[in-house]
Each structure stands twice: as C-alpha cells, then as structure tokens.
Design a protein around this ligand. Structure first.
Ligand code: SAH
Ligand code: SF4
Ligand code: F3S
Length: 451
C-alpha cells in the first residue's frame, strides 16, 4: 500500500519549497538537518521565506515556557495563510509533540496544522506526507522508533562543520527538566557507527565535528559494548585528518579524570568545556537532583583549568528555582567568581509540565528578575576579563560566516570557542586563519588577519 502511494506522489514534490523554523538545542538543529535531507530527497527545495513556502515546518522545543509560547504564536499566525492557501502543508515536529499536554494544544487549538510527528520518527516524514495527501486529513505519528543508523551525511549548515549524534535521550531526571520526557531513555550509538560516520565526514572535507548527547559522559553506560566516553573520544581524536573535535553536553557528576587526560593528550580535541552548573548551592543542587555538590563542581572545573592551561569553560545557570533563597543565590555568584567562566547561558526557572519541580510554589517574579540581573552584573565583567587575556595574542580561527551587521567582517571561533570578528574576504570561510587580537568585548574578541 505504502509503495503504491509513494509511486503515485513520486513527482508531486518536485520544485515545491519548504521552510523550517527550529527551536531549542543542537540536537534539534541536527534533527532539522535530517528533516531537510528527507524533504530534499523527495524533491523539495529550501526557501528562507516562510510565507512563500509550500511546506512550513516547526521543529519545537519545550525546555522553557517561552519557547513553547513562541511556537503557539508563530503557528497561530499562519491560520489566515492556510485558509487562503489550503494546499500549503503545515507541519509541527520535535520535543513539544512528545508530551501530551503540548501536543493537545496543537491538536485542539491549531486546526491549521496538517502533520504532527515526534523526535523518534523523523524518518516517517515522507510517508506521513503521502498519507496526508492521500487522505486530505490531519496525520499524527508519535510512534516509537524508526531511527535509522545509516551513514548518510545530512549535515547542511556548511561543508566544514558537522554534528554527530553519539547518544539520545536522558536518564538523569533533573527535577526541573522536561528533556527525559521529550527525548526518552538514554541510548548510545555503537562506537563503530560513530567512527565510520566521522571518517566519512573527514573524507568529504569536514574539519570540525561536534559529538552530541544530553550527557555525553554517561556514553556507553547501558550498552552491550564496553566503551566509555573518554575511550570513544580518543578513538575519534585519532581519526586522520580531523582538525577539531568538540562535544556537548557534559554532566559534572560524570566528568572523570580519564576524560581530562584524553582532552589534554590530543591537540585536535578543543580546549573548551561546557559544564552546566545550574546552581552553586548544595541545597538547591540536591533539590534539583543534580547529584553533585558545589565543592565537587568547583574541584572538577579547577582541575580542568589546572590540567589544561588556557581551557575555556562555559556553563548553564538557572536562577529562581523554587527552593532558592538569597543565601543560595549568593553561593551561585560565589562559584561564578571562583571558576571564572568564559561564557554562560543564564535562565530564569520555568515550571514544566509533569516535572517534580512543577509541584513547588514558584518564587515571586520580581525577586527572580532581581537575581537574574545581579547574576549578569557578576558574570559580564568576568567574561570581559577572560577575553582581555587574549589581547596581543595570535589565535587560530576557523572562519564560519559573514558578520550579520557588516559583510566585510567574518566571524569564526578559536579552539577555545571564543567568537572572533576579523576583516577578511569571504573566500576564506571554512578555512583556518591566524588572527592577532587587538580588541575585545565581554562576548567577542577581534583583531587583524595575519595569514
Ligand atoms: N543536558 C544538558 C542540558 C539540557 S537543557 C545538561 O544537563 O546540561 C539546557 C539547559 O536548559 C539546562 O542546562 C538548564 O540550565 C536549562 N533548563 C532546563 N530546564 C529548565 C527549566 N525548567 N527552567 C529553566 N531552565 C531550564
Ligand atoms: Fe535535563 Fe538534567 Fe537530562 Fe540535562 S541531565 S537533559 S538538565 S534531565
Ligand atoms: Fe533540546 Fe529543547 Fe528538546 S533543549 S532536547 S529541543 S526540549
């Protein structure tokens, strides 16, 4: 039946256009790359103009409420467009669709949406499209698993930087977090599949690979193969021709000395570590179910700095967790000063459906805002000082794109993930160059092209 349907619609999508809006983390970005690959495989072409597209897709996130509300707003704004152009296809996918609460809002209140699917059945998209065209009725598929472990390169950001999934899901159940619901239980990909994928990417000319997982340090824990994350990272680093290797995200509770040793040993493993702290208070960390203390976090971060001089460390911080009081918050500021973070993602706590923390009474908004402002007032001068250390130094930069504000300026990253601005010709995008740093802000460093 399916085959017949595919046959009928074989040429249907040729020349049609699609547009994807992606919310959330790198995992969602990479999923969107897969979605693009699948759509282009059946004939679609990408367009940046959403209203013009024949197929409009939203790949959603619900880690915080604002991402969710934004999605409802953006989908809702297409109601009229769909009424006037009923042949347009509107699709909603991703993490939000994995939880019944958010899915029901789309199902009940957003009749303009034609196709709904989840994080585990991305590969069904072509079939869902055929089914939708066949029936003319809304199609929903949140069924478990059709993840293909194939070696197709579906990276589409550019032709020199790629993401590689090494695991999916999360088993940590931090009390505030919805990801274990949206992405399911932790599962690691086979090391041989990961290595083969990276070897292929390097052969195709990719220079930088970022390994993706919600908690890469627990890689291999529940698997039948005996490979830990430091061992996997070492195997990846040994791949001939791979210039830069990054990974995200690490949970502090599982950051081992072995991992630090591997980072230190290989030049192509970047000297950058994203180590989400969430809070500096032992009471709050316990309430969050993070399974480490302030002391342990500090010890790990300082060990990284001691073993790998010049390493940059970034973090995630949540302010206003329901049990956080002023003293707890001061402890968070204290860790920020002691570690000296290079950058940080800062969030106000947002209650998420069916999480443990959502049953607690939230703190007053004004108090949270005040703490949030004070956190930034503490962090920005620290970032500024860290960037100042680069003045006068010559750094190697992988140039990524033209700057949004000035097309004569290119942006790129150092090995330490510093965002660099440099005047250079756009033919150098995708190349490594040397830049002498002459200026900085709290968020960027900039300078002159040397070679
Ligand atoms: N797996 C990663 C992060 C996933 S979510 C890790 O454990 O580090 C990215 C960040 O979103 C988290 O680190 C946390 O800081 C933030 N976050 C998650 N749930 C949140 C919530 N309910 N409210 C505010 N911030 C949240
Ligand atoms: Fe969420 Fe915690 Fe898992 Fe990270 S480790 S995804 S914060 S539950
Ligand atoms: Fe990522 Fe958001 Fe899903 S942070 S895993 S896209 S809920």
């Amino acid at each position: 039946m399916q085959l017949k349907t595919n046959e009928i619609y074989k040429d249907h999508f040729k020349g049609k256009t699609y547009n994807i809006t992606t919310f959330g983390c790198q995992m969602n970005e990479h999923d969107s790359e897969r979605i693009s690959y699948l759509l282009e495989d059946i004939g679609y072409k990408k367009t940046e103009n959403r209203d013009e597209a024949d197929l409009i897709l939203f790949n959603t996130c619900l880690v915080r409420e604002n991402a969710e509300l934004k999605l409802y707003g953006q989908v809702g704004s297409l109601k009229k467009l769909k009424e006037e152009n009923p042949e347009k296809i509107i699709v909603v996918s991703g993490c939000m669709m994995q939880t019944s609460v958010a899915r029901e809002v789309i199902e009940k209140k957003h009749k303009e949406v034609d196709i709904i699917f989840g994080t585990k059945n991305i590969n069904s998209l072509p079939d869902l499209l055929f089914r939708y065209l066949e029936s003319g009725e809304r199609v929903i598929d949140i069924s478990e698993d059709n993840v293909k472990d194939d070696y197709v390169n579906y990276n589409s950001k550019n032709n020199f930087q790629a993401y590689v999934n090494i695991m999916r899901g999360c088993d940590n159940f931090c009390s505030y977090c919805i990801v274990p619901q949206s992405r399911g239980r932790e599962e690691s990909r086979r090391p041989s599949h990961i290595i083969e994928e990276i070897e292929n990417l390097v052969r195709e000319g990719y220079k930088e690979v970022t390994l993706l997982g919600q908690n890469v340090n627990s890689y291999g824990n529940k698997s039948d193969f005996n490979v830990t994350f430091p061992e996997l990272l070492e195997k990846c680093a040994q791949i001939d021709g791979l210039k830069r290797l990054r990974f995200t995200t690490s949970h502090p509770k599982d950051l081992s000395d072995d991992l630090i040793k591997v980072i230190k040993k290989y030049d192509n493993i970047c000297n950058y570590f994203h180590l989400p702290m969430q809070s500096g208070s032992n009471k709050v960390l316990k309430d969050m179910n993070r399974k480490y203390t302030k002391e342990k976090y500090l010890e790990r971060a300082l060990k990284l700095k001691e073993e790998i001089p010049g390493i940059s460390i970034s973090t995630d911080i949540i302010v206003g967790y329901p049990t956080e009081d002023e003293e707890d918050f001061i402890e968070t500021l204290d860790v920020c000063k002691k570690v000296g973070f290079d950058s940080a993602f800062t969030f106000k706590y947002s209650p998420r459906p069916n999480t443990k923390a959502s049953k607690l009474t939230p703190i007053n908004d004004m108090i949270v805002q005040d703490r949030f402002d004070r956190l930034l007032d503490t962090l920005y001068p620290i970032f500024n000082e860290k960037n100042k250390e680069y003045l006068g130094k010559t750094v190697e930069v992988l140039l990524e794109s033209e700057s949004k504000n000035n097309r004569e300026v290119l942006t790129g990253r150092t090995d330490t993930f510093k965002l660099v601005h440099v005047k250079a010709d756009n033919s150098l995008i995708g190349k490594f160059v040397k830049v002498k740093i002459t200026d900085h802000t709290s968020f960027t460093i900039s300078g002159d092209l040397i070679s």
